[in-house]
Design a protein around this ligand. Structure first.
Ligand code: FAD
Length: 507
């Protein structure tokens, strides 16, 4: 870190508590972004406590994070046994044998200012049952097991898609740790036992460790995981529980050997009281069963998972308990919670890592360079809450629209009282196929479309302007779109070959 130049007002020492994914992402990011300021960064974590050890699927924003910390994607894929993800396949959520795909990409091409899905709805109404998945490159790449990098200059919306990564979370954290330490971040392995707060302004001044150290800081980044050591315990910020909307509260993770090459996608398969993830990596498959303890015992949950693995188990089960919700304030005094310490939304759409990333971007944008102006925290808290709420609503929709009739957990999920914002979105969709767009939405129109269409929840009407084309003209144009996608796919290579090539290059 630089030790000269323009000062950062009150903040000279940033202390990050926790060395899991959140802690090392924070260290790597802040070390890069604040490198021109005379600020020291220290990470304090405890090897004796360990990390949650899960979190292997991401969303495309991870690519922006890697670029921001100047890590190359090929290096990350090699160091973390990573693979490509074009989206998530949801299996059996709409009933046994039913599945659909949530892609990282657009569907079809709009025409004369009318979104593609209105033409698609019109064609369906005219009796043409055209699978939506045929009009999305990302979905086709995933389903056909192919890899193609997105282009910077797509000819039209058909060329707009992106990918995310699957990786081994512990290898990713280790990679970020090496990078951070190389960039001047200090690392202390010690267990924090106590805190000193300023009696006048309530700010956190120092933490005290089991081995007798006192570590002082000006700005604290709490990455201590579910325990929320600084934000929850030291600053006494209460937890806002959202389990009445998202009641799954336990998970078992159990990696196994792969039975063969995998497609570039995460799979989320519905189970009697929750769902099971399948995340293909180069050296193993990450599996986990997320379930609701009010509807299933731990023993049954573990049995269900073990009965549905594709290969030999290669580790002991990792049993996790969690609550969906967030701290009432994400930034309190001079403490900012990042990662699980700030809140958690169950991993159905792999959104925790992107929440870490946006928290860091927000912290840098609102950095308290001159003093701890409470208005910065107010803005930060407002934006963070909106982002959490938007994601929550998207997750609730997955459960709400299930068609697993006669299973108590799923029957109950179809009846839950909806958050207000979600009800508005559903009403707009059902009334005329419109999407409500809101500030801090992580998932945009195509994601919502994939859900509604995936569950067969379609409005009776399309936009009246879609009638400016007749069915014959639309049939032609839909044929051309499929042909254009097929032409694009001819430039792709098998995902397994892409990974093999990268492995060989890294070796
Ligand atoms: P942790 O990994 O728990 O790290 C906490 C750190 O704090 C540790 O280093 C620990 O040593 C330190 N610490 C705690 N107490 C003390 C103390 N007293 N003194 C010193 N140090 C201390 N996210 C995704 O984006 N994609 C996914 O697919 C995904 N799947 C998930 C599945 C499940 C079942 C769960 C529960 C989470 C999942 N997540 C996922 C979330 C993801 O795992 C976390 O967001 C990510 O690992 C960050 O965790 P963390 O660093 O906040 O906390």
């Amino acid at each position: 870190m630089s030790d000269g130049g323009e000062g950062a007002g009150g903040v000279r020492r940033i202390v990050i508590v926790g060395g899991g994914t959140a802690g090392w992402m924070s260290a790597a990011y802040l070390a890069r972004k604040l490198s021109h300021l005379p600020i020291s960064i220290t990470v304090v974590d405890s090897a004796a406590i360990g990390t949650v050890g899960v979190g292997e699927a991401t969303v495309p924003a991870i690519r922006d994070f890697l670029a921001a910390v100047e890590l190359g994607e090929p290096d990350v894929l090699a160091a973390t046994e990573g693979t490509i993800k074009y989206g998530i396949r949801f299996v059996d959520w709409g009933g046994p044998g039913h599945s659909f795909f949530h892609p990282f990409g657009l569907y079809g091409v709009p025409a004369r200012g009318v979104a593609f899905h209105h033409y698609w709805l019109k064609m369906r109404a005219a009796g043409h049952d055209l699978p939506l998945s045929r009009y999305c490159v990302a979905t086709q790449l995933a389903e056909r097991g192919l890899f193609l990098p997105p282009t910077d200059r797509p000819v039209n919306d058909l060329g707009v898609f992106n990918f995310a990564l699957h990786f081994d979370a512990s290898k990713f954290a280790a990679m970020l740790r090496r990078l951070s330490v190389a960039n001047g971040v200090e690392h202390i392995d010690a267990q924090i036992e106590d805190f000193d707060r300023d009696p006048e302004n309530g700010r956190l001044v120092a933490v005290r460790t089991a081995d007798g150290q006192t570590i002082a800081g000006d700005l604290w980044v709490d990455c201590s995981g579910f325990r929320s050591l600084l934000l929850g315990e030291a600053m006494a910020v209460p937890f806002v529980d959202w389990q009445h909307w998202l009641p799954c509260d336990r998970a078992i993770a159990l990696p196994c050997r792969a039975a063969g090459p995998h497609k570039p996608m995460t799979t989320a398969t519905a189970r009697p009281a929750g769902w099971q993830w399948h995340i293909p990596l180069q050296h193993r498959v990450g599996n986990g069963h997320v379930y609701c303890s009010a509807f299933m015992s731990d023993e049954d949950a573990e049995r269900t998972l073990r009965d549905n693995l594709e290969g030999e188990v290669i580790a002991e089960p990792n049993r996790l308990r969690f609550a969906t919700g967030h701290r009432a304030r994400f930034w309190e005094g001079n403490v900012v919670g990042v990662g699980l310490s700030a809140g958690f939304l169950e991993p159905l759409e792999s959104t925790s890592i992107v929440l870490i990333q946006s928290a860091l971007e927000r912290l840098v944008a609102l950095f308290p360079a001159h003093d701890m102006d409470p208005r910065l925290a107010t803005t930060y808290n407002r934006q963070s809450l909106l982002e959490f709420e938007r994601l929550r609503d998207f997750l609730v929709l997955h459960y709400l629209r299930n068609r697993r009739i006669g299973e108590p957990f799923w029957d109950a999920m179809r009846e839950i009282a909806l958050p207000h914002g979600l009800q508005e979105r559903i009403d707009a969709w059902q009334a005329g196929g419109e999407f409500v767009r809101r500030e801090w939405d992580t998932f945009q129109d195509p994601s919502w479309l994939s859900m509604y269409a995936g569950f067969g929840d379609l409005p009776d009407r399309h936009h009246p302007l879609a009638d400016q084309f007749g069915v014959a003209e639309l049939t032609d144009s839909f044929d051309r779109m499929r042909a254009a996608i097929d032409a694009t796919l001819r430039h792709a290579e098998p995902h397994a070959d892409f990974i093999k090539r990268h492995r060989a290059a890294a070796a």
